[in-house]
Design a protein around this ligand. Structure first.
Ligand SMILES: [Cu+2]
Length: 262
């Protein structure tokens, strides 16, 4: 499966479904998006402005190169909640850096189900492969449970066409640190209206169900709008690794982090 391609197609489909979005009412295609807050920037999005967007030209924009010195705060690594880590946490933890011009919305009550075909592919008579269908028969590479949780939010501002993680484009961010040999849980929480196929280089992403059961070993995991997914990583590869959205125009715009394993 080419998730970059499918994600891109999904994005365009989602765009056309949003023509009624002068307010939050009338969003018939957007099930599960009940928890959105801070969407004041979306009121001007009539169908005309959406159809006029030129995604080809946007691919050439380099927001990642913008240097906003002094903003390299990294709130991506939240301390895990006290208590067990058997199941992934469900409480949204928005970093302080999400409250800025790079983020036009935040999802407080994300959905965690993995069986959603996605916008434009629901209930149309076709069977659609979803993340819930995937299973790696040999099981996880590492039987250990996670020692901690790292929560990272997929963020953006559609009017500015800025894409980021925790509200920080790559140029403003500092690396996420994994301790060599540790087993950790990564939670990706999508605060945008786009699907983002997220690719962590160097290590496997072992997708789990909302109740913490191993599902599948992956390189890239698509995260749908207002969705919260989690996977386990064994940090067995020393060095510096890329972690980014696999839609190249999102990556270019800043949805990219460095991971350092040491
Ligand atoms: Cu993306």
């Amino acid at each position: 499966m080419d998730h970059g391609g499918s994600g891109q197609a999904m994005e365009m489909t989602g765009m056309t479904g949003m023509t009624g979005m002068t307010g939050m009412t009338g969003m018939t295609g957007m099930t599960g998006m009940t928890g959105m807050t801070g969407m004041t920037g979306m009121t001007g999005m009539g169908s005309g402005s959406m159809s006029g967007m030129d995604h080809g030209a946007m691919a050439g924009m380099n927001h990642g190169a913008m240097n906003h010195g002094g903003m390299a705060m990294d709130h991506s690594q939240h301390a895990a909640a006290a208590g067990g880590l058997a199941v992934p946490s469900t409480t949204a933890r928005h970093a302080r850096t999400e409250y800025g011009a790079s983020t036009d919305m935040r999802v407080d009550m994300a959905r965690t189900n993995l069986d959603d075909p996605g916008i434009g592919l629901r209930n149309n008579g076709r069977r659609v492969l979803t993340l819930a269908d995937l299973h790696t028969p040999s099981g996880p590479l590492d039987k250990r449970g996670p020692g901690r949780e790292v929560e990272l939010h997929l963020t953006g501002n559609m009017e500015r066409y800025a894409w980021s993680l925790d509200g920080l484009e790559f140029g403003k961010s500092t690396p996420v640190h994994f301790k060599h040999g540790e087993r950790l849980r990564v939670i990706l929480h999508n605060d945008t209206m786009m699907t983002h196929p997220m690719h962590l280089h160097g290590m496997w992403s072992e997708l789990e169900s909302p109740d913490g059961r191993f599902l599948a070993r992956r390189h890239t995991l698509p995260v749908q709008p207002a969705q919260r997914i989690s996977f386990l990583v064994t940090a067995d590869a020393l060095g510096r690794w890329a972690w980014h959205c696999h839609l190249m125009f999102h990556m270019d715009a800043g949805m990219f982090r460095e991971v350092v394993v040491s």
